[in-house]
Design a protein around this ligand. Structure first.
Ligand SMILES: [Zn+2]
Length: 124
């Protein structure tokens, strides 16, 4: 797993430079990974034209690392064999993590997307 490369842009934005690369390595939908980061950081952000994740606010590279680690634990690692060779599928509005190595599967939580109202209020 390559560590996140983090840049500060101005005083109010933080940029996850190799965001797409990380998503590709994990084989996860960038929007799903982004939702997780924004929800954990309780902020807003978007993917820019250079495929970087631009986040509102100042965050240390360490926060990105620990959130990425939490994401991997929750949505990538197989509980059975601890492998990373997994995919997420949606069935009847539930998400399942399936391991291609040992064939085990478990349900995973939906990402809570309550941050939008939160940020709007703070910036008002
Ligand atoms: Zn497995």
């Amino acid at each position: 797993m390559c560590p996140p490369k983090i840049l500060r842009e101005g005083t109010r934005k933080t940029v996850f430079v190799n965001f797409m690369e990380s998503c590709k390595t994990l084989r996860r939908d960038p929007n799903h990974v982004m939702d997780f980061f924004l929800s954990e950081m309780a902020t807003s952000g978007s993917i820019d034209g250079q495929n970087r994740l631009v986040i509102k606010g100042r965050f240390a590279p360490k926060s990105f690392e620990s959130i990425l680690r939490r994401y991997i634990n929750a949505y990538v690692i197989c509980n059975g064999c601890k492998g990373h060779d997994t995919t997420i599928t949606k069935e009847n509005r539930l998400f399942f993590l399936r391991c291609e190595q040992c064939g085990s599967s478990r349900s995973v939580d939906r990402i809570k997307a309550g941050f939008v109202a939160h940020v709007g209020r703070r910036n008002a």
